[in-house]
Ligand binder design. Structure first.
Ligand SMILES: Nc1ncnc2c1ncn2[C@@H]1O[C@H](COP(=O)(O)OP(=O)(O)O)[C@@H](O)[C@H]1O
Ligand SMILES: [Mg+2]
Length: 155
């Protein structure tokens, strides 16, 4: 398990976090982004996609579409926002499971607490928890915890 905290003042500083995360990303990774509205979850996903060669302005918040998929050179990146969900959606969960089965899949989920996602953890190799919070008027905190699942083959 790897833990890392960042304190950031400006959105541009999210780049430090995305380049740190870049080292961690590998196939079958689920990234859970928790934190209040406007704290910077989508802004961080944009930086992560930018790290993979997608210009930030091409990455839109999937608030209405729920899922946006981006095929990058290295990964099949899926960005999911469960904010508008008010009940468990089995169909959506199946769709996420299928996306996770794609080669080199990275699934980024905003508002993961809106749905029981535990079945995905049985399938993933790595789960990255990211908690974002407002720290003071000018600072935001981003706490990251990287965990292997039982699917990780150790040598
Ligand atoms: N330090 C910071 N980190 C992240 N975003 C910031 C920061 N300071 C200001 N912002 C701005 O706050 C907004 C965060 O919005 P967004 O990423 O959509 O939030 P969320 O997806 O968490 O609801 C963006 O407009 C971003 O430019
Ligand atoms: Mg968002």
């Amino acid at each position: 398990m790897v833990n890392k905290d960042f304190l950031i003042k400006k959105p541009e500083e999210l780049q430090t976090i995305s380049s740190w995360l870049e080292e961690m990303l590998e196939h079958k990774t689920i990234v859970l982004l928790e934190g209040p509205l406007g704290v910077g979850k989508t802004a961080l996903v944009k930086k992560i996609a930018a790290e993979q060669g997608f210009s930030e302005n091409k990455v839109k918040s999937p608030t209405f579409s729920l899922i946006n998929n981006y095929k990058t050179e290295k990964f099949n990146l899926s960005h999911i926002d469960l904010y508008r969900l008010d009940t468990h959606d089995q169909f959506l969960l199946e769709e996420i499971k299928e996306l996770l089965e794609l080669p080199n899949s990275i699934i980024l989920i905003e508002w993961p607490e809106k749905m029981d996602l535990s079945i995905l953890y049985l399938q993933a190799i790595q789960v990255i928890n990211i908690k974002l919070s407002f720290q003071s008027k000018s600072f935001r905190k981003v706490s990251i915890c990287v965990k292997n699942t039982a699917n990780r083959k150790t040598v």
